[in-house]
Design a protein around this ligand. Structure first.
Ligand SMILES: [Zn+2]
Length: 185
């Protein structure tokens, strides 16, 4: 009888200490997650939450041309895009989701026939994928938020990065300089 009582007491002590050990650590974890979320939302050029849509949903919100380039990795004809020879100051955003991608400050005339930039606003806002289509090994540039195809990046660009982001106009929308000022300050 007494032996059983001891066993019971030991079990109760073990349980209580287990609970004491678990509660603060889980509380701390929760706090850390909240902090991480906070960090993500406070940065200026930051990675937004991903946008995931079905093909049918994209078809509904994009023009046919936008759908073919952004979702089917098409390429607009050289010199045909509205931003190829475009010199206004501002921000180029993703035509699919509005994610901020390139500043006019990094836009330059590469002569390629497509809007060209030597850097994105933030590497967090774009992603790179290997593209072995057309018997060439190229690096595809996609929007980090919606996964939309933007273009390709090559290492024959100007200083300071030597990179050439060769981007389809169709994949971009434009926000005038005031918007860029708001974004960068
Ligand atoms: Zn996007």
């Amino acid at each position: 009888m007494i032996k059983n009582l001891y066993k019971l007491i030991i079990v109760v002590i073990l349980l209580v200490s287990l609970i004491i050990l678990l509660i603060p650590s889980s509380g701390k974890r929760g706090l850390m997650q909240a902090q991480e979320r906070n960090d993500k939302h406070e940065g200026k050029a930051l990675m937004r939450d991903k946008i995931i849509k079905t093909d049918a949903e994209w078809k509904e919100i994009l023009t046919e041309e936008e759908y073919l380039v952004l979702r089917k990795k098409g390429t607009e004809r050289a010199f045909s895009g509205k931003y190829n020879d475009f010199k206004q100051d501002g921000l180029f955003i993703c035509a699919g989701c509005g994610n901020e991608l390139f500043s006019s400050k990094t836009k330059y005339n590469s002569g390629s026939g497509w809007p060209s930039f030597w850097a994105p606003i933030s590497e967090k806002n774009i992603e790179f994928e290997k593209d072995n289509n057309l018997f060439m090994s190229r690096t595809e540039v996609v929007c980090a938020k919606c996964g939309g195809h933007l273009g390709h990046v090559f290492d024959d660009g100007p200083a300071p990065t030597q990179q050439r982001f060769c981007i389809n106009s169709v994949s971009l929308d434009f926000k005038e300089a005031q918007a860029e000022k708001d974004f960068l300050e």
